[in-house]
Design a protein around this ligand. Structure first.
Ligand code: PEP
Length: 254
């Protein structure tokens, strides 16, 4: 069994004081966890706080985006090396909100993944279909295209050691969750796609589920054979809810 990873995606939420109490809450609640990896992907301004408050704990720090370029005249952007400088271990690449609102596509996402790895960060590559695509029976072709678009650009070996998050767009922030069977089917499809090219990479690849995962549905989702963790949006803004999901991972991994 792959060790579960529960990663919070705070999105553009919080303040200095709420970030501080959330980070402290997660650190103290995560102390007893030994079989589950935990990370929080915070907004850029709170990275410094995250670096200091997570120091000495097992909770890893992550960011939600990075620049396609390594450095220089790119006003408003943040490089992978800057994230690493603040102690980040993870960075989310290609979240559906960035694909939809900021025009990210396979070319820019692949470039960001390269920059992440160059900087020593682990990319969390997000893929997922819209409701319209699901209803049209296109889920596998959409996800297959998203994955193939990255492989064509940076090769299958770039999937060695990364994390993938399957996030059905229709389940993000909506309260609608994929059923464990629906999610498992897509996770198995993703693993199969990678396995067709490199079996050993597929075998160890962690595929997280994201889309309204909460304390009440986490155990059932995390209990599926190809669901290796969660990318948690809304529920990661409450230390209690986030930690309850981490506990679900811990119990299944026990
Ligand atoms: C996300 O945006 O990565 C996510 C999974 O959000 P939520 O848990 O709120 O659906």
């Amino acid at each position: 069994m792959r060790q579960p990873l529960i990663a919070g995606n705070w999105k553009m939420n919080g303040s200095k004081s709420s970030a501080e109490s959330l980070l402290n809450g997660v650190v103290s609640g995560a102390r007893g966890l030994s079989k589950t990896d935990v990370a929080v992907c915070v907004p850029y301004p709170y990275l410094y706080l995250g670096e200091s408050l997570l120091a000495g704990s097992s909770v890893r720090l992550g960011a939600q985006n990075l620049c396609t370029e390594a450095g220089g005249a790119f006003t408003g952007e943040v490089s992978g090396s800057m994230l690493a400088d603040f102690g980040c271990g993870y960075v989310i690449c290609g979240h559906s909100e960035r694909r939809e609102y900021y025009g990210e596509n396979e070319a820019s996402i692949a470039q960001k993944m390269v920059r992440a790895v160059e900087s020593g960060l682990t990319p969390i590559l997000c893929v997922g279909e819209t409701l319209q695509q699901r209803e049209a029976g296109e889920t596998e072709s959409v996800i297959g295209t998203q994955i193939d678009g990255i492989i064509e650009r940076i090769g299958i070996d770039a999937f060695d050691g990364i994390e993938i998050a399957y996030e059905p767009v229709w389940a993000i922030g909506t309260g609608m969750t994929a059923t464990p069977e629906q999610a498992q089917a897509v996770h198995a499809f993703i693993r199969g796609r990678i396995a067709a090219l490199k079996g050993p990479i597929a075998e160890k690849l962690r595929i997280l589920y994201g889309g309204s995962m909460k304390p009440g549905n986490a155990a059932e989702l995390l209990g599926q054979p190809d669901i290796d963790g969660g990318l948690i949006g809304g529920a990661s803004l409450s230390a209690d809810d986030f930690l309850a999901i981490c506990q679900a991972g811990e119990q299944l991994a026990a």
